[in-house]
Design a protein around this ligand. Structure first.
Ligand SMILES: [Zn+2]
Ligand SMILES: [Zn+2]
Length: 444
């Protein structure tokens, strides 16, 4: 990165005039990094579960107010009216130009931290079921928030270099997949200017710290949860002729569902149908009345998702009918709310990749393959009407990653109790990449 200072063309892009003196973005980051690291450690040690991000949200809102943003708090209407929407939006109007939205998540996970870092979370709380759980920022949302606040600080100082409206969004309940929709349902885009671009980052343990990754087009899948209740007619295990056995039907259903992806779906459209849970029966010699399945379906395209869901319903009902289960005991298929897919608008990706390369060095910007995991940031694009990009922020020690590639033993991934990003270089890269991206989109 230091070699950038020797290249005048690059220097002119990365050096800014702050209070009369020329400071490079690197120098500004050097100046502030210690304070950001202490913010990161404080956030890491005080995680809050989805739908309960009260203190985290108030902290982020307070920091943005100090920087001169106009902040609206408590945005978000959930289906469950008991949950408070702890979303926040901070707006800074700075002349004519596009509106750019930058998003961070606020929530953490019910995971008991085992990283052993000195600022480990000791937090325990009761979940919605009243059960005590440990809480941890195991998805790195603390890193996202700190990068976001650092970016806010940089952009505030660099106001004379960009023009437009900056919207910084703190989203609750990403892990439960309902936070983005809750904010939109609460009239987000009438309460704040509707963005022309939306950008976010997410840390990635499979990528070296210091690097960012990009995926043009579909990057993450939609996720839909499905509950299936297969109802039979129970009885004695020794008298199957007097029953309709839901265990056998469930077994056939699990196998028949595999044909959706292999036989009904185009191989060019990725899809996953996973039966993650199957429960039925109580003991050896009783044929139960019902068996319950829980599925997750992942697709990129909405039409594929709809086709897969219809196929599941058709197959489940068809298998049950062929087993002679009467109409009034037909299976019940319940589709729970899910999360839409994440589509990185290719033109916006094309615009940002050279900016990242200039800021971080050619070798530190890599193309990353799409995955079937999910994320609700895509909702802010309003069905791809607003160009949106989420880029990956490398988080792992390069030596450890090299070793892991050699041995085939994976490093702790997102949501692991052992996930511990390398704070300083990850934070520096996050702030630098996001600041550069916004400056590009709002350049004068
Ligand atoms: Zn997560
Ligand atoms: Zn996450």
């Amino acid at each position: 990165m230091r070699k950038l200072f020797l290249v005048p063309a690059v220097l002119s892009v990365l050096a800014f005039n702050v209070s009369g003196q020329q400071l490079s973005l690197d120098a500004m980051i050097d100046r502030d990094i210690a304070s950001w690291l202490s913010t990161y450690r404080a956030l890491h040690a005080a995680p809050e579960l989805s739908h309960r991000e009260e203190k985290t949200s108030a902290f982020v809102a307070g920091e943005l107010r100090k920087l001169g943003f106009t902040v609206t708090e408590r945005i978000g209407k959930f289906q469950n009216a008991q949950w408070v929407g702890y979303g926040l939006a901070a707006v800074m109007k700075n002349g004519p130009g596009p509106t750019v939205l930058v998003r961070t998540e606020l929530d953490a996970l019910p995971v008991e931290e085992k990283t052993g870092v000195p600022y480990s979370s000791q937090v325990k709380t009761k979940n919605d079921a009243g059960v005590e759980v440990s809480v941890m920022h195991a998805c790195g949302h603390d890193m996202h928030m700190t990068s976001f606040l650092g970016t806010a600080r940089m952009l505030t100082e660099l106001k004379n270099r960009w023009s437009g409206t900056l919207v910084l969004l703190g989203q609750p309940a990403e892990e439960t997949g309902d936070g983005a929709q809750a904010m939109l349902r609460d009239d987000l885009y009438t309460r704040i200017p509707r963005p022309d671009f939306a950008v976010a980052l997410h840390d990635k343990p499979e990528l070296e710290t210091g690097k960012v990754g990009y995926t043009p087009g579909y990057a993450m899948a939609s996720a839909t949860s499905i509950d299936i209740k297969i109802r039979g007619i129970g009885g004695h295990g020794s008298m199957p002729e007097a029953t309709k056995d839901p265990v056998v039907v469930a077994a056939q259903v699990v196998m028949a569902l595999q044909t959706i992806v292999s036989r009904e779906n185009s191989p060019l459209d990725p899809a996953v149908v996973t039966v993650g849970s199957i429960h039925g029966g109580t003991r050896y010699n009783i044929i139960p009345d019902e068996v319950n399945l829980q599925l997750t379906v992942r697709t990129y395209k909405e039409e594929v998702r709809r086709r897969v869901l219809a196929a599941i319903e058709r197959i489940v009902k068809g298998v049950a009918a062929s087993a002679g289960i009467p109409e009034d005991r037909a299976p019940i298929v319940k589709i729970a709310e899910g999360t839409g897919s994440m589509y990185n608008e290719p033109q916006l990706v094309d615009r940002l990749v050279p900016v990242f390369k200039q800021a971080l060095g050619e070798e530190n910007v890599v193309k990353v393959a799409p995955i079937m995991a999910s994320e609700d940031f895509g909702y802010f694009s309003l069905d791809q009407k607003i160009p949106t990009v989420m880029f990956w922020l490398g988080a792992s020690d390069p030596m450890k990653l090299k070793q892991s590639r050699e041995t085939g033993v994976a490093l702790p991934g997102l949501h692991s109790a052992l996930f511990a990003p390398v704070p300083e270089p990850t934070l520096r890269t996050g702030v630098k990449a996001m600041t550069s991206a916004v400056m590009e989109l709002m350049k004068k």
